[in-house]
Design a protein around this ligand. Structure first.
Ligand code: AMP
Length: 542
């Protein structure tokens, strides 16, 4: 045997400070725009990086040390981006807090993560004040904007701009271990307490590179990213780090997340990429259909977090020339794990067949589907099983909670049920807790919902399992009609009859004003199931 050969490559650590420095120098003129309701506040990358250095020094002066958690209770703004960069780069851990959590969950996650400092926006300070007496680990607040801080109790409060003004802009970013904690995010699960996912510098770095590739979103300096997805929802899908690394401009929407201001932002400041969950795009579509708006700057609209209805993608493309690309991922997967770009072999007639799928597994992520009996199933487009994933940006446990149920032989059990095509395209049929088991066979709530949302009178539709004496479970269709639109269950069933199997057609229908949503804007089916069980829904039997 010949002598073994050693790699000659250098072993540079993959750090967020390296991402920060690259953007700050190479793309010093790229810009971060933050919408304030009328105009935008602007900062260049050079300025943002300098402020990040001041923030790091300022936080250190408040006692923040490597490994300490710094919470952010903020909208998507330039300051939030500064914290994204400064906190991990100084060796501390960024903990993005969901602004829409119930108070008890908010107190739980702050306490569980042991946040030492929380940076809070004045507009949401009253929400934080509700739990101020339940978060003893917090030693200091940093306030952005204005607010009455007496409601926070005796804990000292420093104003963000004063902290920065009093701190030096000189900094030597420390050489931390690339496997150490950089940021954390709790899942927005609808059952039980949220679970903490802790990203490392390394996982963030490689995820950023993967997200910038052409098989994902193909990011470059010529892009401008409108991150509608909150920076507390799976790191705004990784866009802040991936975008900064690639030198993209950012357009930050602040607290203006309704369709009208979003449309205005897109028309005026012309982002090329905009990421948000389907409910946001559905509202925006309704708005721009009635208020013609120039959305043509958008070259790609990543959409995920929940199944993206084909009808929504087609309406945007046909009526507004906008390309929505479906992606799949989870807080646990950093989050990007699959993107539905059609394969090169797909002809013009086959484009939608592929784009309607959940996504094609991303390079760097290993994926398998596993049956109820634990056997690994083939990628044949037929076999249905739970998706399991592993890879360098997939979590291997939860913070202070190993939760062995969620892992199997080193693979993350996603709880998503799907088929996989031989070429790696997944099609999610359901969350395992949402599947409808009727007479021993599965009905896909996702497929029924997607089909229903294609009906011109339907604004939103969610389908949940309800108990049934004969079949064990049957689907209940919960439908929100468009303003002034009419449709009866019989008409909707007629419409569905050539789109899904006949035995899937729901007998039970309820027409509601809106589908309840989770803290990150997804359909909250747990609430619908409870409303049905508590007899709170007016159900029409067909
Ligand atoms: P979260 O951690 O809040 O982002 O939630 C992750 C979950 O959202 C996944 O496990 C899926 O159930 C769901 N999800 C994300 N993207 C999609 C998609 N494109 N289609 C269907 N479900 C999705």
């Amino acid at each position: 045997m010949s002598d073994p050969v050693q790699s000659t490559m250098q072993d540079a650590p993959l750090l967020i400070s390296a991402i920060l420095k690259h953007g700050a120098t190479v793309y010093a003129d790229s810009r971060v725009l933050t919408f304030d309701g009328e105009g935008v506040q602007e900062g260049t990358y050079g300025e943002v990086a300098e402020r990040a250095a001041r923030l790091a020094n300022g936080l250190a002066s408040l006692g923040v040390e490597p490994g300490d958690r710094v919470g952010t209770f903020l909208w998507n703004t330039q300051e939030h981006l500064e914290a994204y960069l400064a906190v991990p780069a100084m060796g501390a851990v960024l903990h993005t807090l969901n602004l829409r959590l119930f108070p008890e969950q908010l107190a739980y996650v702050i306490d569980h993560a042991q946040d030492k400092v929380v940076i809070v926006d004045g507009t949401v300070l009253p929400l934080l004040a509700r739990v101020a007496d339940q978060i003893p680990t917090v030693e200091h607040y940093v306030l952005i904007g204005d607010a009455d801080t007496s409601v926070l109790g005796d804990v000292p409060v420093t104003r963000y701009e004063e902290l920065l003004a009093g701190a030096s802009a000189d900094i030597e970013w420390p050489d931390v271990d690339e496997r150490s904690a950089a940021a954390m995010c709790y899942t927005s699960g609808t059952t039980g307490n949220p679970k903490g996912v802790v990203y490392s510098h390394r996982s963030t770095y490689v995820h950023s590179l993967a997200e910038a590739t052409g098989n994902a979103f193909g990011l470059s300096e010529t892009d401008r990213i409108l991150a509608v997805v909150p920076m507390f929802h799976a790191n705004a899908w990784g866009l802040p780090y991936a975008g900064w690394f690639a030198g993209c401009d950012f357009l930050m929407p602040g607290r203006f997340l309704q369709a009208e201001p979003l449309a205005r932002m897109i028309e005026t400041w012309k982002p090329t990429i905009a990421g948000a969950v389907p409910t946001i795009w559905n509202d925006l579509l309704h708005h721009v259909d009635q208020n013609p708006t120039d959305l043509s700057s958008l070259r790609v609209v990543p959409c995920g977090g929940a199944a993206v209805p084909l009808s929504l993608m087609q309406a945007f493309e046909e009526r507004h020339g906008i390309r929505i690309v479906q992606a799949w991922g989870m807080t646990e997967t950093s989050p990007l794990a699959a993107v539905a770009h059609p394969p090169k072999s797909a002809g013009p007639d086959e484009q939608w067949r592929w784009r309607a799928k959940t996504g094609r597994v991303s390079g760097g992520v290993e994926l398998r589907i596993v049956g109820d009996d634990g056997s690994v199933l083939p990628w044949d487009g037929q076999a249905v099983g739970e998706i399991q994933v592993r890879g360098p940006w997939i979590t291997g446990s939860y913070h202070l909670d190993p939760d062995p149920e969620k892992f199997m032989d080193g693979w993350l059990r996603t709880g998503d049920v799907a088929t996989v095509e031989p070429n790696g395209f997944i099609q999610i049929t359901d969350r395992s807790k949402d599947v409808i088991k009727s007479g021993g066979e599965w009905i896909s709530s996702v497929e029924l919902e997607n089909a229903l949302m294609g009906h011109p009178s339907v604004f939103e539709a969610a389908v949940v399992a309800v108990p049934d004496e004969r079949w064990d479970e049957r689907p209940l269709a919960c439908v929100v009609l468009r303003p002034d639109a009419q449709a009866t269950p019989d008409e909707l069933c007629d419409y569905l009859s050539d789109k899904v199997a006949r035995w899937w057609l729901p007998e039970r229908w309820t027409f509601i004003e809106s589908v309840p949503k989770t803290s990150v804007g997804k359909f909250d089916k747990k609430v619908l199931r409870k409303q049905y069980a508590d007899d709170e829904l007016e159900v029409v039997q067909r």
